[in-house]
Design a binder for this molecule. Structure first.
Ligand SMILES: *Cc1c(COP(=O)(O)O)cnc(C)c1O
Length: 430
C-alpha cells in the first residue's frame, strides 16, 4: 500500500514520524489518535507556496471544524494560518491559539445572536448566510458602536462529485444565497449603516478529488466580483472555500495536491480580478486536505469470531470515528504489529458500540488476527476526533502529537468522571 512519507513500516511495525505505533498504543492505551504536526505544517506550507507562487496576496484559513484541537490550531497559528470558524467555540479556540482576528472568518448558516455579538466584539469578519442575519448583525454592530465587515456566502449551484451529505454548493443545499440573488444582497448590505461588505465567499463541498469543480466555482465568483465592483463594493478578499479531497483509497483514488489546485484555479482568479481592475486577497479554507493524512487512529482487537463473516471486534467504534458509519467512508487499515505479514484472511472490523452500523472497515484482507493486535486506521485526522461522542457512555480517547522526534499528549483521555462532570442532580432526587 502506498504510504505518505511520515508513515513507514520497520521491523514489522507501523511507524508514524519515526515512532512505533505499537509502542505508542502500549504507552497511552487505545483507542488513540496520533498526529504528526510536521505533516500538518507541510500540507499548510504546500498551500501557501502553491498559491503564493501564482498570486501575491494569499491567506490560508484552516477549517477548524476538521480538527479543533487547540495544540494543532496553535501549531498552525505559529505558521501564520487563519481559520474558518463555524461556531463561537471554534472562534474562541482560534483566538486562544494565537490566530489574528483579521485572519478569521465566522461562517455558518445558523448563527445565534450571541455568535453575532461575539464576532462584532472580536472584530472578526462574518460570512453571512441570509438577509435576516445581515440585519441582525447590523443591529449588533450598531449596539456595539462598531462597523462589521462581511461577505455573503454564495451558493454557486454547482454539482460536485462527492458524497451527497458533503456537497454544499448544490442549488438545493441549505448553505448560502443563490448566486443570482447575490447582487441584491450586497445592495442591501451597502444600505446598512453598520455593515461594510468587503468580501465574497463560497464553499462547494468536501472530499472533492476532481479540480474542475473548483475552477467552475472560481469562474462564478469572478463573475460576481465583477458585478459587485461595478456596484461600488470594494472587495478586499475572495474566499474560494475548502473541499480538496484526499486519496482514502491509497492505491486507486486520484491524489490532487495543493499544487494541482493552484495551477488550475489561480490563473482563472488572477485573470478575473485583473480584468475587474481589483487586487483582493485570495482566501482558501482547506480542512481535510491539511489534516486528514497526518493522523492514525490506533485501536486494539478485543476478540475475533467467525459467524457468517469473520469479525474483528476492536475498541474504537463510531463514538471515536463516525465517518464510516455516517458517510460510508473508506479508511485504509494496517495491523500495526503485523505490518509486513501477508494479507490472507478477510475480516470485518467492527466497533464496540451497540449498533449494527458500528463498522469501521468491512471485508478487509488482513493478516491472521488475534486479541491484542493493534489496528491502525489511516487518514483519521479530519472529522475524526472532532466528530467523536460519548455514545454508550464511553469516555473519549486521548490524542498524541508528534513533532520531529518529540511525543506529547495533546488531549488526555476522558474518564468516567468526565461522563459525570456536567450532570446536575434535580432537587427531587436529593
Ligand atoms: C467544512 C468547510 C470547509 C473545509 O472543508 P474541507 O472539505 O475539510 O476542506 C471550508 N469552508 C467551509 C465554509 C466549510 O464549511
Amino acid at each position: 500500500m502506498r504510504l505518505a512519507h511520515h508513515l513507514a513500516i520497520k521491523n514489522g511495525h507501523l511507524h508514524i514520524n519515526g515512532q512505533d505505533c505499537v509502542a505508542l498504543a502500549e504507552k497511552y492505551g487505545t483507542p488513540l489518535y496520533v498526529t504528526s504536526e510536521d505533516r500538518v505544517i507541510e500540507q499548510f506550507e504546500s498551500y501557501k507556496k502553491a498559491l503564493g507562487a501564482r498570486y501575491p496576496k494569499v491567506q490560508v484559513l484552516f477549517a477548524a471544524k476538521a480538527n479543533g484541537n487547540l495544540a494543532l490550531l496553535r501549531a498552525l497559528a505559529q505558521k501564520g494560518a487563519g481559520a474558518d470558524v463555524f461556531s463561537s467555540g471554534e472562534l474562541h479556540l482560534a483566538l486562544e491559539a494565537g490566530m489574528a482576528p483579521e485572519r478569521l472568518l465566522f461562517n455558518g448558516s445558523s448563527k445565534t445572536p450571541a455568535d453575532l455579538r461575539l464576532a462584532v466584539e472580536k472584530g472578526v469578519k462574518v460570512s453571512l448566510d441570509s438577509l435576516d442575519e445581515l440585519h441582525q448583525l447590523d443591529a449588533a454592530a450598531q449596539a456595539a458602536g462598531k462597523i462589521a465587515q462581511v461577505s455573503f456566502r454564495v451558493n454557486p449551484a454547482l454539482e460536485v462529485p462527492t458524497h451527497p451529505k458533503i456537497a454544499t454548493g448544490l442549488a438545493t443545499s441549505k448553505f448560502g444565497i443563490p448566486h443570482k440573488e447575490i447582487p441584491a444582497a450586497y445592495r442591501e448590505a451597502l444600505a446598512c449603516r453598520h455593515i461594510l461588505p468587503v468580501g465574497i465567499h463560497c464553499h462547494i463541498g468536501s472530499q472533492i478529488l476532481d479540480i474542475e469543480p473548483f475552477a467552475r466555482a472560481a469562474e462564478v465568483m469572478i463573475r460576481i466580483a465583477k458585478e459587485l465592483t461595478l456596484m461600488g463594493v470594494k472587495l478586499e478578499f475572495i474566499d474560494l472555500g475548502g473541499g480538496l479531497g484526499i486519496p482514502y483509497h491509497h492505491d486507486t483514488d486520484p491524489s490532487p495536491i495543493a499544487e494541482d489546485y493552484a495551477a488550475k484555479v489561480v490563473p482563472i482568479f488572477k485573470a478575473g480580478v485583473e480584468a475587474c481592475g481589483i487586487s483582493p486577497e485570495l482566501w482558501v479554507e482547506p480542512g481535510r486536505s491539511l489534516v486528514a493524512d497526518s493522523t492514525v487512529l490506533l485501536t486494539r482487537v478485543n476478540s475475533t469470531k467467525s459467524a457468517h463473516k469473520r469479525f474483528a471486534n476492536v475498541d474504537a467504534g463510531f463514538n471515536i470515528l463516525v465517518r464510516p458509519a455516517m458517510y460510508d467512508s473508506y479508511h485504509e487499515v494496517i495491523v500495526a504489529n503485523k505490518a509486513d505479514e501477508p494479507l490472507i484472511t478477510e475480516y470485518t472490523v467492527t466497533g464496540p458500540i451497540c449498533e449494527t452500523g458500528d463498522i469501521l472497515a468491512p471485508d478487509r484482507k488482513l493478516p491472521q488476527l488475534a486479541a491484542g493486535d493493534i489496528i491502525a486506521v489511516l487518514d483519521a485526522g479530519a472529522y475524526g476526533y472532532a466528530m467523536s461522542s460519548q455514545y454508550n457512555s464511553r469516555p473519549r480517547c486521548p490524542e498524541v502529537l508528534l513533532r520531529g522526534t518529540q511525543v506529547a499528549l495533546m488531549r488526555r483521555g476522558e474518564t468516567v468522571d468526565d461522563l459525570k462532570a456536567a450532570i446536575e442532580r434535580p432537587a427531587w432526587q436529593m
